[in-house]
Design a protein around this ligand. Sequence first.
Ligand code: FAD
Length: 256
Amino acid sequence: MFTAREYVKVGSLEEAWELNQKRTNVIAGGMLWLKMGNGQKGTVIDLSGLGLDQIQETEEEFSVGCMCTLRQLELDPGLERAFGGIFRESLRHIVGVQFRNCATAGGSVYGRYGFSDVLTCLLALDTWVELYKGGRIPLEEFAKMPYTRDVLVRIIIRKDGRRAAYGSQRNTKTDFPLIACAVSRKGDSWQISVGARPKKAERICLDGAGKTAAELAKEAAGRFAYGSNMRGSAEYRAHLAEVYIRRLAEKLEKEA
Ligand SMILES: Cc1cc2nc3c(=O)[nH]c(=O)nc-3n(C[C@H](O)[C@H](O)[C@H](O)COP(=O)(O)OP(=O)(O)OC[C@H]3O[C@@H](n4cnc5c(N)ncnc54)[C@H](O)[C@@H]3O)c2cc1C
């Protein structure tokens, strides 16, 4: 557990950004990942007074405030309707309900963790992040960026009519995933993201015209690099990725 000299519940994003420019200070989401670390921090910056704990839906998009919890994403009826259960399925395995009631969307996306179900799920959709100074950028670009000291304000998920499905495998319940796959489809355009390889999730786009789900899965799984760790070997992960992508593609084909 870390300790901190000060705690500030900020009144504006500008105040949060200014405080966050000091290297020893830290923004707190749900603090579930942060609390795993040790050492002394300067100021803990709390964004919970800024009204960023809502999911807003318009005709074009969903706007998820950085302080929304994973549980809010999991249960939101609008997200469920628009994307066919991908949020529920990707989040329900993360530790437990009490945990997901605390972990935030902002902390999860900012962290860009290699094991992240959240990143894998969001990459298969048309997702953007809104940074206080950096403005709106595609999540795919943000995922590859080095860590900066900007404030992640919102996550934007555009409604572009795509359908999506998610699958992951764990060696044991509540553990990190061994592999995480998300597949989305709009017409013949398929987007496939694979995380927990055990590297950070990445996304590829494929033209699925004239291809069976098995052909699509083979091609997609072959485009990612896999590694080994205590949870499984690279070969096993590559095999699982192909199986999951095929199953998810078949599910979306049936729905269509
Ligand atoms: C034991 C354990 C098991 C887990 N298992 C899984 C799993 O199986 N699958 C999965 O996907 N995830 C898993 N996670 C990750 C978890 O779901 C969250 O993603 C993680 O805890 C971060 O969310 P948080 O709200 O706790 O962020 P915090 O711990 O508060 O913050 C994380 C980082 O993000 C920064 N940050 C937070 N909010 C912002 C912001 N708005 N702007 C800029 N920076 C910000 C913080 O400064 C910090 O560097 C696990 C975490 C733990 C501790």
